[in-house]
Structure formats: C-alpha cells, structure tokens
Design a protein around this ligand. Structure first.
Ligand code: MN
Length: 743
C-alpha cells in the first residue's frame, strides 16, 4: 500500500479507538483535501509534506481531542502554505474547523524574541490570548512537537532558534496546560540543540549505566508490587529515570555531576481511588526511609495546572534515594495530558480545590466555568476566550503590558505610571497618532507623548479608560487637585498676604496689569495661581513677593513711558534678550495655537524658539519627547531635511495653520544698523506707527560702530510682519532686518 495512505489509516485507527461512531468519510475528506493542497510540496527531510499534518493529527489523537481538532490538525498548514482559504474550509468542513485552522496559522506567524522571564510570561499569555479557542493552542503545541521531532533536517541556526522558542514559550505553555508528557519531550528535544554537548553527556552516561538503572528500577518495582499485593491494593507501578532536561537543570543549578544528582529515579503508583493513595503512601514510608521535608500532598492542594498526586522521596536499602508519585488513574490522565485530558475526564474537577495564585488564576477560572456542565457543553465552554478579557500590547522598548480588553492609550499610560498618564498629551499606536478612545489590540506598539505643561487628565478620560487602575489614578488626581477647594483656600491666603503688603486686589487684577502678574507667577489664570497656593505648589507669601516686584517694575516702566512720551511700545532697557517663544495667547491651550497637526486633533503645540513662526510661514512640526509638537518654519536650519536625525525622521509631521487665526503671534526680529543716537527711539516709533505690540526691545552697541537691536513683537501673520520689516528697513542707518532663527 501507498506509505502515505498507510500512515493515514494508522491515524484513522487511532481516532476510532476513542471516537466510537467515527465519521470516516469526513476524516478521509480532510486528509484528501490537505493532500491535494500540499501536493508537490516536500519537507526538509525529503518526505512529502502531507506526512507532517498527518503526524500532527496523530499527536492530537494521542491527546484524544475531538474530531474538529483532528481535522484541523490535518488542515493546519493549508491556509499558510497553500491556496486554501478560510471560506473554503468553512464551507467544506465547518466554521469551527476554519476558525481553528486560522488560529493555528496566526500563531505560526508570530515571532518571539527572547526577553527576561517576566516578559516571556506575558508573551506566553499573549500567545494564548490570541488563540481564543484552547484547541488552537493544543494543536499548535502538537505541531511544534512534531517539528521538534524532525528538527534534525533544519539548518543549525533554525534548530537553535526554534529550540529556544520551544524552551521559552511552548514547553511552559504545555506545562501550564498540565501536559507533562509533551512538556518533557519538548524540553529534551530543545536541549538537544541548545546544549548538544551537555545533552549528549547525560544521554551517554545514562546509556552506559542503563543496565544498572534498569536493575534498580526493576527491583524496587518488584518490592513495591509485592508489598501492595499483600495489602490487597490493586495498582500499576512504573519506574523511570527522570527526563534529561530535568537532570540537566539539576546538574547545572547545583553544579553537580550526574553521580551526585540526588534523585534520578521516579516511580509512579497508580490506584483506583484517593483513599488508596494514602494507603500506598503509608506502605511506602513503612518500606523505605522517607527523606524529611520531601513529602508533598498535591491531592489535598492540587497544583494550579490541575496536577494532583502525592509526592515523596525515600531511600532504599542500596542507599539510593528515589521519588514516588502516587495518584489515581484520573489524576494520571490529567498529569499526562492536562487540559486535554479533561475532554474526557471532567467529572473529577468539581472536587478539585484548585490553587488561586494569580499566575494560574485563568486556569482556575477556566475550570470553574466548566463545573456542572455535560460533555457537550464542556466542549462548547472550552471554546472560551482564554484571555478574552485581556489585551497585550508592547511599549516602544518591546516590553509587554497587560491591559483589560478594550483598553485605550489612557489605560496604557496609567499602567506605565500615574505621572505618565497625568502628563499625557498624545499617543501613537504602531507609529501613528491616534485618538484617546482607540481600543488597543494584541501586539500593538503603544507610545505615549507627555508634556510637563500638560493640564492633567480630563474628566472625559474616566469614560474612555477600561482599567480600574487608570480610573482610580485619574480620580486620585482630581481628588488631589480638588481644584475648587484649593482655589478657595488659595484665594483667602493670597488676599490676606496682599493686605500685608499693602497691595489691593483690584490694582493687581486690573486689566492691563493682570497678564504681567500672571506671567510673573507663571500661571495662566488667577484661579490657577489660587489653586497652586491652595494645593501647596507655591506659598502665598512667595506669590505676593513676585507680584510686588512686578508691580514695582510696571510702575517704573510707566514712569519711563511718561518720560519718553514718544511711543506706547514697551521698551525694556538693558540686555533683556528674547527668552521664550510661547504663543502670545495662553501657552497651555492646545488647539488654540492656530496650528493643525496632521493626524492628531488636540495636542500641545509650541512654537520653536529658534525661528518663531507666524501664520503664513510654511511650517513643519516635530514631535518632541516631552513637550508635544514643536512648530518650526520650514526654512529653519533646525528643520532642514539635511539636519534631521535619521532616527527621528518619523517624528517630523505635517502641520498647517488653521483658517481662523488668533490675533497675535509672538516672534523675534534682529535688526543691524549703524550705531547712532536715538536709534532705539526711532525703532520704537516705527513699531508704534505699525501698531504692533512690542514685548521686548533691546539694543546694544557693537565694538565696530554697529548696533544690534533685538525685538520681540506680536503680529497677526506673515503679511503684517513683512510690513513691519519694511518699515524698520526704512529707518535711517539700518542695514538689515532678519527673522531670528537657528539659534
Ligand atoms: Mn505545521
């Protein structure tokens, strides 16, 4: 017979042993479908490709999974490697099979990079979360097992890569799902490629002494058998040398040779019910000397992966220690096949008092939901979304963050740190700016943009976030801020302090004075100042001291103005060079900057200090690492494509001016001229005639008979600015007027 067909019939036979009324035709259809799809494809071993899906289906059948799983195993590489589609498979078989096949395909595409242990744990969870149906993972693990069994045909590099991934992802998942046997095999196969020398060393030593081992195992087994027979206990006993990776780990961890390894042997006594387990334990402890502190009752307290057994280590007459595991048949099934075993053996679960450690909680949840369901319902609930209520996303560094399903960038930011959330001004997912209500998906890379000038969370965020953590932190922020209350107490303190300084609130808050005062105390509004005093960000006496200074300065200016009486421009003598480039209006109001940042609605915008753009200037934006978007003139040297750092190329974004502009933008000019008397006065006059507001004007003489004047002024747009520049150019002795830029 055709060897492939022969292999298929072996599979069919295996499946029929546990599925009584097997629909052979359906299974055969799946086989022929896969066989046709993979026709002409070869494995690295030179075998026809179809051998692989059949082998995977056989492993699935070893786990005694249901018919849909076996069929899906036969088809599992069809979507990936052939022209088969989800729709076709759904139509030809059923939607469940199509889902399973697609789920396995999705996992196959995932690449894992080695990380620290905590991160690997999250990656494993992410993988499981992406599976939705637990059978997807089970099939995927079987697929990996067969690939590991046939890894010898791969290149050494691929062998290492796959082995590492198996050791770090798939073996722990097999363990998590309680599939002990699969886990051991995966570990041993991986170790073979990860440390071939270490593996061979143990393998050879075990082989050399296999006769000794066999003899020891047989004699102990015989003695236990005999004793339990006398007690009338019906049981099965298996002895074995522990698997290579577990020996390897012990040798490595304890830096011991194989001879020094404490317990190399393990025996398993399997009985019919739980009372018998304890009877057997009594007999064993009577026959051999127990090692203190090595008895573990996993029947009373099962392991979180559902594992149940009694463990004890004893020392035989030969002085050799060995471990004995005592369990019922049902426990044995669970130990070998884990979750998979429960397709068949589910009745014992109701009694199982499973652990509640957070790490394994999902298994407990999974099992809790399984109680009191009949077999069919059980299959249905097995389709649980294992992590339907969780989503796993990456930070830009590749760390995994675990969030509730439907989580938004707000949840992400507060998960990182409350300070990150409180200063968030924007978020990017997979490199794109996104709105705050975006639902994050498994595998998204999320980046939060923060700003020290951020106003903190908005109350809307409470509706947008999904995690209690974020919600609590936002509430905390509001509570801590307690703005109204802070404003009230701050106001009382401020006013009483003013009185002490013989200043009146009316004078300080007069229309023409207040902006200067607020600027001096670095607040945008009076309420903000009050809140800051009330909250303790500053003290009333410090604030009033600044207010008094500013009042004195304004008073002096007033006097100077009166003296000059020539211009209403504000002239600041000395070397008060332009310092900042905050938009003339309220610095903190994001969308009020008059700038639209492409792909981002409401973000913090500031105008670059180097080139102080005004409306009409061609502009570009740069997403800074902490202050929102910085807007440069397109001709600013700092924004020139040649000067952009390649690693920051994706930080440059398109920005444009909004139609309805704001009245004023602050910008800076530099004027060079022949040094002469009254230059400053003429400049001030020209500015006054142009009816623009000047916030700083300083001139200084240069050693060579020139003078340079720095002007900070507010204009509506580029046209107005050009008009001002023209007027300044007409002043006698002026050589050049330029936009300040590129400092
Ligand atoms: Mn495969």
């Amino acid at each position: 017979m055709d060897p492939i067909l022969e292999r298929y019939h072996a599979l069919e036979k295996k499946v029929s042993t546990y599925i009584p009324n097997l629909d052979s035709q359906r299974l055969y259809d799946a086989f022929t479908y896969a066989d046709t799809a993979h026709h002409g494809q070869l494995r690295k071993s030179g075998e026809p490709y179809i051998i692989h899906p059949i082998a995977v289906a056989e492993i699935v059948a070893d786990l005694e999974l249901d018919m849909d799983s076996v069929i899906s195993a036969l088809l599992h590489d069809c979507i990936e490697d052939t022209v088969a589609t989800h729709e076709e498979i759904a139509k030809k078989f059923n939607p469940t099979v199509a889902e399973l096949v697609e789920g396995v395909t999705k996992l196959t595409k995932m690449q894992f990079v080695t990380k620290e242990e905590e991160q690997m744990e999250n990656l494993r969870k992410m993988l499981m979360a992406m599976s939705r149906d637990i059978r997807v993972i089970l099939i995927k693990v079987c697929d990996r097992l067969h690939n590991m069994r046939t890894m010898e045909y791969q290149s050494p590099r691929k062998q290492r890569e796959k082995s590492l991934e198996t050791m770090e992802i798939y073996a722990p998942i097999a363990h998590r799902l309680g599939m002990q046997k699969v886990k051991w095999e995966l570990e041993d196969l991986s170790l073979r490629y990860l440390d071939p020398v270490g593996y061979r060393e143990i393998e050879e030593q075990l082989e050399q002494r296999s006769a000794v081992h066999e003899e020891f195992l047989a004699s102990i087994q015989r003695r236990i058998q005999q004793r339990l027979g006398q007690e009338g206990i019906h049981c099965a006993i298996y002895g074995r040398v522990k698997h290579i990776y577990s020996i390897y780990r012990k040798m490595y961890a304890q830096s011991k040779t194989l001879d020094e390894i404490f317990d190399l042997y393990a025996f398993r006594v399997i009985v019919d019910d739980i009372p018998e387990c304890y009877n057997v334990l009594g007999c064993i402890h009577d026959m051999f000397k127990p090692v203190l502190g090595r008895f573990k009752d996993y029947i009373g307290t099962p392991k979180p992966n559902m594992y149940q057994s009694l463990h004890t280590t004893v020392i035989g007459r030969e002085g050799l220690p060995f471990e004995v595991q005592i369990r019922t048949w049902e426990m044995h099934q669970t130990a070998e096949y884990g979750v998979a075993a429960h397709w068949k053996y589910k009745q014992g679960l109701a009694n199982a008092n499973l652990g509640t450690e957070g790490e394994f909680e999902w298994v407990r949840k999974l099992l809790e939901s399984q109680q009191d369901t009949d077999a069919e319902e059980f299959v249905a609930t097995m389709k649980v979304d294992l992590f339907a209520d969780e989503v796993f996303v990456f930070t830009p560094n590749g760390d995994v963050v675990n969030l509730p399903q439907g989580a938004t960038p707000i949840d992400f930011a507060y998960n990182i740190h409350s300070a990150v959330g409180n200063s968030m001004v924007g978020a990017r997912v997979n490199g794109r700016m996104v709105p705050y209500d975006t639902s994050l998906k498994n595998g998204d890379i999320v980046e939060v943009l923060t700003s020290k000038a951020a106003k903190g969370p908005s109350r809307d965020w409470l509706k947008l976030c999904k995690s209690n953590e974020a919600r609590n932190k936002i509430r905390q922020w509001f509570k801590r801020e307690r703005r109204e209350e802070n404003i009230a107490t701050g106001r009382v303190a401020f006013e009483s302090e003013l009185k002490h300084s013989k200043l009146s609130l009316a004078a300080v808050t007069a229309e023409e004075v207040l902006p200067h005062i607020l600027h001096k105390v670095r607040c945008n509004t009076l309420d903000e100042l009050y809140a800051s005093i009330g909250y303790g960000g500053t003290t009333a006496s410090k604030a009033v001291a600044r207010v008094r200074d500013e009042m004195l300065r304004l008073g002096r200016l007033q006097a100077e103005k009166a003296a000059k009486a020539a211009t209403d421009a504000v002239i600041i003598p000395g070397n008060t060079a332009p310092q900042d480039s905050i938009p003339a209006r309220d610095a903190g109001k994001h969308s009020d900057s008059g700038i639209i940042v492409e792909g981002l609605g409401n973000c913090l915008v500031k105008f670059a200090k180097c080139c102080t753009p005004v409306p009409g200037d061609p502009v570009v934006g740069f997403i800074t690492r902490g202050y929102g978007v910085s807007v440069h003139r397109a001709d600013c040297p700092n924004a020139h494509p040649d000067n952009r750092k390649p690693e920051e190329s994706d930080r440059w974004v398109k920005v444009s001016w909004v139609e309805s502009k704001l009245p004023n933008y602050k910008t800076a000019l530099e004027l060079s001229s022949k040094d002469r008397d009254n230059l400053t006065l003429d400049v001030a006059m020209a500015l006054s005639a142009a009816k623009v507001k000047v916030t700083a004007l300083s001139a200084r003489s240069m050693p060579d008979g020139h003078a340079v004047a720095n002007i900070v002024l507010e204009v509506r747009d580029r046209d107005e600015l050009n008009a001002v520049i023209n007027k300044l150019n007409n002043i006698q002795g002026v050589y050049h007027v330029a936009r300040a830029s590129g400092k």
